[in-house]
Design a protein around this ligand. Structure first.
Ligand code: GSH
Length: 208
């Protein structure tokens, strides 16, 4: 059994989607980041930077933090969605999500969605960067079905929940035909629908 310490955010949803995809039994423990629960000393013991998500695997009693590392761990453990032969290409797209797509779109959420009017520079900067990310992802997906090629992998699972916040972005996902096709294709998956609603509140995936 896996315990998933998380919140209802794109980084958190990556892991519930992955656990649904690989068919593992798991329990969600909500860490309410709006109330500062991530800073509790007992959580810091398993998450040195006080961030969600973290998993605890009771089968071998280990904990893992950082969503990319968790996806790699679960991919390797289950032997699903992280094919050994495709690792180099999967890792590149996964790291691009971890180091670029997530952090930049996260800033766009902060300036454009949560704090509009506070910094024109911040709003413009991250709007522009997010738009460029949409363009670059659209270009990639004009050549391949999924980010790492023809197979759906952990790189898609890492990236998709960020695009699922497209209504906050105001970039106009519809205009990006290949990115839209990829987004809607993944949105239909049973595991994605279930993992998206990780808090079991009946949350549905935003359509385009
Ligand atoms: N690189 C980390 C980022 C995790 C992260 O930023 N988590 C956010 C929620 S999406 C968080 O815990 N925020 C609480 C805080 O910053 O205090 C990962 O992918 O796991």
């Amino acid at each position: 059994m896996i315990e998933l310490f998380t919140s209802n955010t794109p980084n958190g949803k990556k892991i519930s989607i992955m656990l649904e995809e690989i068919g593992y039994q798991y329990k969600v423990t909500n860490i309410d980041i709006s109330k500062g629960e991530q800073f509790k000393p007992e959580f810091k013991k398993i998450s040195p930077f006080s961030k969600i998500p973290v998993i605890k695997d009771y089968e071998n009693n280990i904990t893992i933090f950082e969503s990319g590392a968790i996806l790699m761990y679960l991919g390797e453990k289950s032997n699903q969605l992280y094919d050994h032969d495709d690792k180099n290409i999967i890792n590149q797209w996964l790291m691009a999500q971890m180091g670029l797509i997530g952090p930049m779109i996260g800033q766009h959420h902060q300036f454009h969605h949560f704090n509009p009017g506070k910094s024109e520079f911040g709003e413009q900067r991250y709007f522009k960067i997010t738009k460029k990310l949409y363009e670059d992802l659209d270009e990639r997906l004009s050549k391949v079905k999924y980010l790492a090629g023809e197979k759906y992998t952990i790189a898609d699972i890492a990236t998709w929940p960020w695009i699922a916040r497209h209504e906050w972005h105001d970039i106009g996902l519809k205009k990006y035909k290949n990115l839209s096709r990829w987004y809607l294709d993944i949105a239909k998956r049973k595991a994605v629908i279930k993992g998206f609603d990780l808090m079991k509140t009946g949350e549905t995936i935003p359509q385009i």
